[in-house]
Design a protein around this ligand. Structure first.
Ligand code: ATP
Length: 561
């Protein structure tokens, strides 16, 4: 089995945005074109107003009609651009969310374990929204851009000098905005990194609520140092950025008034006509809004660029699903699964001190025959769960092979291979519903709920369990019902009995496991219950990642114990 392929990131930010917009190009193109038309109409409207100001006949009927027509076009252009934008924006968010989720679902477990879940959540919740917030306004920027360019063109036609003064004024404003963007880029990088820390602390206060309420010192440390530290740092960076923003905004405003003053006060010297001066003031007044809107998009663009980078970095590491996961059927399980000189070595964590190495399981040789009950035993940290993940195809061997009926399980076949198993890990996830249950499934579920002595607590109602608010041991019994309903030939139960009371623990080993075996299930059971090791056909003992003991036991002994 090969390691997941990662796609090198070749495109730039603009390329990413265009790729995102590509599926919605008819709508984006239409709204951008109509929006641009609206922007041109606005510029023409300014020209008409200026002409009306200096027309000897004033606001003539023709001008009035033209004014109305242009108003309609300008308003309609903005509206169509706005609506088209929001539709494309929402679809882009949905698309990105689906794509990232599909990639996470198709990602090998060890890669996923290396990405901490709070970081994945920050990307799913925060970054995707930031990217979309920028693409949302794509047509809006086109409207603003068209208005600015067309208005300047009009001004150039009536007076190149007035146009030059206005362009100079806008250029200084634009220069300031670009400078501001540059500073915001580095600020936002720190904001975004701190948001990951914040997300981690949010998880701590929700998932560790019990522990924190019982320990005031830790609670204070988490709340006042870690969480408040991250929240305050983000606030501090944003306060400085906003202060800078308003300072730059005031300077831009001052430049605007200064330009108007220059235009008015130097008329005698520059020889500008009244129509050129009023045209320039109109353009300055009216175009300032759209221009600022475009310039204000620059910080949003920086944020989107960094967020896009994070989404792209993540998705480059995660494989594309291509629908293969759902399309692959389980192969037939005829004889045995085995490991041949299989090794799994964990990556050494970045913060692991020198001289310490990551855990290595193997090399292992092991065969599990169809219908066999195998117990994996060993002290804490000996590698039992790691071995199970290797056997289930969740970890790919670093070297050696995983074989199904003598054939190596490859990167192409592993997804189907995994469908041979149902599992209850020691840190299992409990689903509260059944996937498309048949009437027989409902019957089987009822049987197993009774058999596991939780039938009085849980029923199946409309394809869902009526509750999953159960005791720890009862939840685990429900997880076993779920695993059984998966109808897989091999069941893996990792320390399943650890949370059960002594009576039910005995029932599990001496009745439930033999029943499952009698139903044809191959069973892989991780256990510390040495009292019941006789209930296995084979027991393998692990120590420091190596098999130290293999024992074949007749299962009849279990029934007598
Ligand atoms: N995600 C991980 N990243 C790095 N190392 C890991 C990871 N998971 C486990 N390990 C290492 O692998 C070793 C074996 O872990 P494993 O969970 O397989 O032990 P185990 O035998 O199931 O233990 P237990 O009886 O406590 O459940 C551990 O000592 C740990 O250091």
């Amino acid at each position: 089995m090969a390691a997941p392929s990662s796609e090198p990131r070749k495109r730039g930010f603009l390329g990413d945005i265009i790729t995102l917009l590509r599926p919605f190009w008819p709508m984006t193109l239409l709204s951008t074109l109509v929006g641009t038309l609206g922007g041109l109409a606005t510029a023409w409207l300014l020209a008409s107003i200026n002409r009306a100001l200096h027309e000897p006949d004033g606001f003539t009927g023709t001008l009035a009609l033209q004014f109305l027509g242009l108003c309609a076009l300008s308003i309609a252009g903005s509206a169509v651009a706005g609506i088209g934008n929001s539709v494309a924006g929402q679809k882009i968010i949905a698309c990105l969310r689906r794509d990232v989720a599909a990639r996470i679902l198709a990602t090998p477990i060890d890669v996923l374990e290396r990405h901490k879940s709070h970081k994945l959540l920050a990307i799913l919740n925060g970054d995707i929204g930031t990217v979309s917030a920028f693409t949302f306004n794509f047509a809006g920027y086109a409207v603003s851009f068209a208005t600015v360019v067309a208005s300047l063109f009009y001004l150039f036609v009536i007076s190149p000098l007035a146009c030059a003064i206005v362009v100079l004024s806008f250029s200084v404003g634009t220069g300031l905005a670009l400078w501001r963007r540059q500073i915001w880029r580095s600020d936002y990088r720190e904001v975004r990194a701190t948001e990951d820390v914040l997300q981690k602390q949010y998880r701590t206060i929700t998932e560790g609520a019990r522990e924190l309420q019982l320990n005031h010192d830790r609670r204070r440390h988490v709340h006042e140092t870690l969480l408040a530290g991250a929240a305050d740092r983000i606030a501090d960076i944003k306060i400085v950025a906003m202060r800078r923003f308003w300072l730059f905004d005031s300077v831009s405003e001052a430049i605007f008034f200064l330009t108007v003053a220059v235009l008015l006060s130097t008329r005698a010297w520059t020889g500008l006509s009244a129509s050129a001066v009023s045209g320039a003031v109109l353009v300055l007044l009216y175009v300032r809004g759209p221009l600022e809107q475009t310039l204000q998009a620059l910080p949003a663009m920086s944020s989107a660029e960094i967020s896009m980078q994070r989404v792209a970095d993540l998705t480059a590491e995660l494989p594309r699903d291509n629908g293969q996961e759902s399309a692959t059927d389980a192969p037939e399980f005829r004889n045995a699964i085995s490991l041949q000189d299989a090794v799994y070595a964990f990556h050494k964590p970045d913060n692991m001190p020198d001289g310490m190495e990551g855990f290595v399981l193997g090399p292992l040789n092991l065969t599990i025959r169809k219908g066999e009950t195998l117990f994996i035993v060993g002290e804490n940290g000996s590698g039992k769960t790691t071995l199970v993940k290797l056997l289930l195809g969740l970890y790919a061997p670093t070297s050696g092979h995983l074989l199904l009926d003598g054939e190596p399980v490859t990167a192409d076949s592993v997804s189907g291979y995994r469908q041979l198993f149902s599992s209850v890990f020691s840190d299992y996830f409990l689903f509260d519903d059944l996937v498309a249950p048949s009437p027989q499934d409902l019957e089987i579920a009822r049987h197993w709920l009774e058999r596991l002595e939780i039938g009085h607590k849980v029923k199946v109602v409309d394809g869902k369990f009526s509750t999953i608010d159960l005791s720890t041991g009862q939840k685990k019994r429900l997880a076993l019902v779920q695993a059984f309903l998966d109808h897989r030939p091999i069941m893996m139960l990792d320390e399943w009995a650890a949370d059960q009371d002594p009576t039910f623990r005995k029932i599990f080993y001496t009745e439930i496991l033999p029943e499952l075996k009698a139903l044809g299930r191959t069973l892989i059971v991780v256990s510390h219950d040495d009292r019941y090791f006789d209930c296995a056909d084979t027991v393998i003992g692990l120590k420091a990642g190596k098999i130290i003991d293999v024992k074949a036991t007749p299962q009849t002994a279990c029934l007598a114990s």
